[in-house]
Design a protein around this ligand. Structure first.
Ligand code: KG4
Ligand code: ZN
Length: 336
């Protein structure tokens, strides 16, 4: 796997984080993230129009901060998330990338957000994984088991049929009144909870690789309705976290066995979850698999991961023209 060994600027604005990074090869030199979580908290989720407006305000200061210490003359290219995501949000990052690419006279490249998450598993100083590699990509919008083949093609081995794992965390937290975003809140509440107190369903037991979290969401709703104010929030948080982590770990390990890979990756915002990290680490150790898990600041949305993906694609001679645009939904592209 090759990477461009010159600094590039990366920009990410697909949802509610405005982020810019300077990346050289697979080394993330700076990675600045301005989160809008505080603003969206009062609505309990992301409001697209408000998100776009916040990106407009944050994008230039965030880029400037990421570039501090780097002479713009050294920047060899710009990578920017252009798909999938909220079109209004994506457009802000893309417009900034186009303007800077034009004025610095450097190439620009649109990056698929999920490829960014996947490539976070290649971040220095993690050992360089050798394909074939199986990645569990778990975020607020996606839950997928993806095989990165020797050929560089991606193969989707399993995916969610409804909600994403991150949504299950977020909705559970909202039902329990623990706030937004919910993953971290559930994790912290669960530390003082009994995960066996409230039995919750493990979804799709007969489907080896696909996920479904809508039944779990309904079960949580029923639990909250049934228990009312008597509910033990810490126990409910621990029970929910265990139900999500169980299915993610079980299906990822089953997929590893089926595809006979030697290396695995755990990436995406939900990969920040401490229980999921230790559970998959110990299962991989037992199965003799190497597991790459990026540090937490490269798990939740950030431009550093976008820079690593762009650095690889630039090394392969790829670039986009000025007509590159935002796309709301798009499949993972193949890699070379
Ligand atoms: O990758 P990401 O930052 O954004 C998307 O691309 O969706 O993922 C955000 C998701 C949210 O659902 C958030 O609750 C979840 O990642 N998350 C966590 C943790 N930190 C963030 N879920 C479980 N445990 C965490 N510690
Ligand atoms: Zn993401």
């Amino acid at each position: 796997m090759e990477f461009l060994l010159r600094p590039i600027l990366a920009i990410e604005s697909s949802c509610d984080e405005t982020s810019a990074a300077v990346v050289c090869g697979r080394k993330v030199l700076t990675n600045v993230v301005a989160s809008q979580a505080e603003m969206h908290r009062k609505w309990g989720g992301v409001v697209p129009e408000a998100a776009a407006r916040m990106h407009v305000e944050a994008i230039l200061p965030v880029i400037e901060e990421a570039l501090a210490g780097t002479d713009p003359c050294e920047i060899a290219g710009i990578g920017v998330t252009n798909r999938p995501g909220l079109v209004g949000s994506l457009s802000i990052g893309i417009t900034a990338a186009k303007g800077l690419a034009k004025s610095w006279n450097v190439p620009m490249l649109g990056v698929h957000h999920l490829e960014g998450h996947l490539m976070s598993a290649f971040a220095d100083p993690l050992p360089l994984p050798e394909p074939p590699m199986l990645a569990l990509i778990v975020s607020g919008g996606h839950t997928e088991i993806v095989l990165l083949q020797d050929s560089g093609e991606y193969q989707i081995i399993g995916e969610t049929l409804d909600d994403a794992a991150g949504e299950a965390f977020d909705k559970g937290a909202r039902l329990l009144g623990l706030g937004y975003p919910g993953g971290y809140a559930i994790q912290e509440a669960a530390k003082n909870g009994d995960s066996k107190r409230y039995p919750l369903p493990r979804s799709l037991p007969k489907d080896p690789f696909n996920f479904s979290f809508s039944g779990l969401k309904t079960a949580m709703l029923r639990l909250v309705e049934r228990e009312g104010s008597a509910i033990h929030k810490e126990d409910a948080a621990a029970s929910l976290q265990a139900a999500i982590v169980d299915v993610l770990a079980q299906k990822a390990m089953r997929a590893a066995e089926q595809t006979q890979v030697k290396s695995m990756a755990l990436v995406g915002g939900v990969a920040a979850n401490e229980l999921l990290r230790t559970r998959l680490q110990s299962e991989c150790q037992r199965a003799g698999l190497r597991l790459n898990i990026p540090p937490i600041d490269l798990c939740t949305d950030n431009a550093g991961m976008i820079g690593i993906a762009a650095s690889h694609r630039f090394a392969m001679g790829e670039a986009d023209d000025i007509f590159m645009d935002a796309v709301a939904t798009a499949p993972l592209p193949g890699l070379r």
